[in-house]
Design a protein around this ligand. Structure first.
Ligand code: AMP
Length: 573
């Protein structure tokens, strides 16, 4: 090669290996995350073969964190954040305290000084943004109450870690590490005051200035009419605000990006901004896992197996039980408590940063950092399995509840009873489904809706439409809507591959059912028909048809307009 290209080499090796290992993991019915981590281990310095650049990889992965948090902000309003604060603040603080005590206990068992145990414990207390968001997104939980609580919780953890990163150098001398002379002079009180002041200034700045300037900027760019410039403005806002917030106010990139997204949430264009940043987000989130894998030295598993198991248990069991107890204490239903506990039963990026700082300050032994990394990798791998166990538990519980037919302590009011036969099953109550559902309901057609989104289901139920909460592609959900005795199935959701699965499943359960699905292109139409749909309706074609049909009306309108007694559009109708 003519010149040294570490960035390209790192990107290429990370993407290629992550793709191959991710596919392999998928084939083995494991989460692709396991594959991405493995790819990281393979290109890391502790295994033979290619070694990617260890400085560039974590920086690239930070881009994933920024874009993910920006995306979350786009779906989150200030009201949502304030709504969950009553549970998220005590929850996160309680969980951090518990994890810290458990970590300190483990440090004590390993014979470390108190300061080492403290850093170790704090590092075990915060969950990874990427892992949490991916898990919630995959289950479509981001916009549910439990998803919002988990995100609020994560934001409080994030703020606590920003504080810990600032305070640690100031406290280092006291805790038995290298004293930071600058911090010593300033004193802890001052360091704390400065940090709080900066975070408060950041929030005030975003809510007062950012809230006006950022949506204005996006709307101005959209007005220019260039798609390329629009996408660029989305990226520039997400990355620019995250970077500037970190540099000017000392908050994390993730927090800066979250606020950038949140102030855009009120703009009409937030939906498109989310779509535009999606491919970047997914690609860089993969790099996050690869870069975690790169840090991992598998030798620790052989040298310290018991300590690794101990760390793993603190993260997955200790922290979860704490979260579970706190959420239950707030009288939330068990499924909400379990989802939040599972989502937070892992550690990630902040833990590495804190552990790195601890080692640098002479507070944490190197072995502590290796244990944290091993705990992170194992807990990230275990997370999808825990979620799968949770899904199984929920299915069993729902089935048992249905058998007993007892009113459940549910987040959603039960709604009208489901029709049992000769009805129409509708999947999705979004932009298309809600129009279809309302029309059919107004026309008196018996209807059973299937929705993954609690809010949408609640809207439908408020209109008197019966429905079930769940993913129509998941085992048993179509049965719950009595698809076997239904007359027709209308699939009104935009995700084509999933829609295809739903069509196939419904066809297998009820060969004579009429199936209509929603498509976006000719290829989609062919795919859905291949899956067994009787018809696939393509939005663009229908718009064209409707435009043509309207031409006749326009002709009449203009003809009437020429007449002397024309009184306006109403008379031409
Ligand atoms: P829209 O994109 O506005 O047309 O909305 C699509 C709707 O379909 C949303 O309300 C989703 O929550 C819902 N939806 C998407 N996938 C599924 C699924 N697999 N099962 C049930 N509802 C779904």
């Amino acid at each position: 090669m003519p010149h040294h290209t570490p960035l390209i080499a790192t990107l290429v090796s990370a993407f290629v290996l992550a793709f191959v290992a991710g596919m392999l993991a998928q084939r083995l019915r494991l989460s692709p995350i396991v594959g991405y981590l493995l790819a990281g281990v393979l290109i890391g310095p502790f295994t033979p073969g290619i070694v990617a650049d260890q400085a560039i990889a974590p920086e690239l992965s930070e881009l994933g964190v920024i874009l993910l948090m920006f995306g979350v902000g786009l779906h989150f309003s200030l009201g949502d954040l304030l709504e969950v604060k009553a549970i998220a603040i005590p929850g996160a603080v309680g969980q951090i305290l518990l994890a810290t005590v458990l970590g300190m206990g483990m440090g004590w068992l390993l014979g470390w000084p108190l300061g080492a145990g403290l850093v170790f414990g704090i590092a075990l207390s915060t969950a990874s943004t990427v892992v949490l968001l991916r898990a919630l997104e995959e289950r479509r939980l981001l916009e549910t109450t439990r998803g919002r609580i988990a995100i609020g919780w994560l934001i409080v953890e994030d703020l606590a870690m920003v504080l810990a990163l600032v305070l640690l150098p100031a406290l280092s001398g006291l805790l038995g590490g290298h004293a930071d002379p600058a911090a010593g002079e300033r004193g802890i009180g001052l360091a704390l005051a400065i940090t709080f002041g900066k975070v408060a200034a950041f929030i005030a700045f975003m809510l007062i200035v950012g809230r006006r300037v950022i949506p204005w900027l996006l709307e101005r760019t959209a007005g220019v009419g260039s798609r390329e410039l629009f996408t660029l403005s989305v990226l520039a806002i997400a990355l620019g605000v995250a970077y500037a917030s970190a540099m000017l106010f000392g908050v994390s990139f993730a927090l800066g990006a979250f606020f950038a997204g949140m102030v855009l949430n009120e703009s009409k264009l937030s939906h498109q901004a989310a779509n535009d940043s999606l491919p970047f987000r997914d690609a860089f989130a993969v790099l996050f896992f690869v870069s975690v894998g790169m840090l991992f030295d598998p030798k620790i598993l052989l040298n310290q197996p018991l300590a690794v198991i101990g760390v793993f248990l603190i993260i997955t069991i200790g922290k979860s039980l704490g979260a579970l107890a706190i959420v239950r204490a707030f009288r939330r239903p068990p499924e909400v408590a379990l989802t939040i506990a599972t989502a937070l039963a892992q550690i990630g990026e902040f833990s590495f940063i804190l552990a790195g700082l601890g080692v640098e300050l002479g507070l944490l032994p190197k072995e502590g950092r290796d244990l944290i990394l091993a705990g992170a990798i194992l807990s990230i791998c275990a997370n999808p399995l825990l979620f799968a166990a949770l899904d199984r538990w929920q299915t069993r519980r729902d089935a048992a509840a249905a058998a007993k037919a007892e009113p459940e302590e549910e987040e959603v009011a039960p709604g009208p009873p489901l029709p049992e036969g000769d009805h129409i099953v509708l999947v999705g109550f979004g932009r298309v489904g809600s129009l279809v559902g309302q029309r059919l309901h107004d026309a008196g057609r018996p209807l059973a809706l299937i929705e993954t989104n609690r809010d949408h289901l609640e809207q439908a139920r408020a209109l008197g439409i019966a429905g079930v909460l769940g993913n129509a592609a998941a085992e048993g959900v179509l049965d719950d809507a009595h698809v076997t005795t239904a007359r027709a199935l209308l699939v009104a959701m935009p995700q084509i591959l999933e829609a295809g699965q739903i069509v196939k499943r419904a066809r297998a359960l009820n060969p004579s059912i009429a199936v209509l699905a929603r498509a976006h292109s000719d290829a989609d139409v062919a795919y859905l028909l291949g899956c067994g749909a009787d018809a696939a309706i393509m939005g663009e074609r229908e718009i064209a048809r409707s435009m043509c049909d309207s031409v006749g009306g326009l002709d009449r309108y203009f003809a009437r307009k020429q007449e002397p007694d024309f009184l306006g559009p109403a008379s031409a109708a």
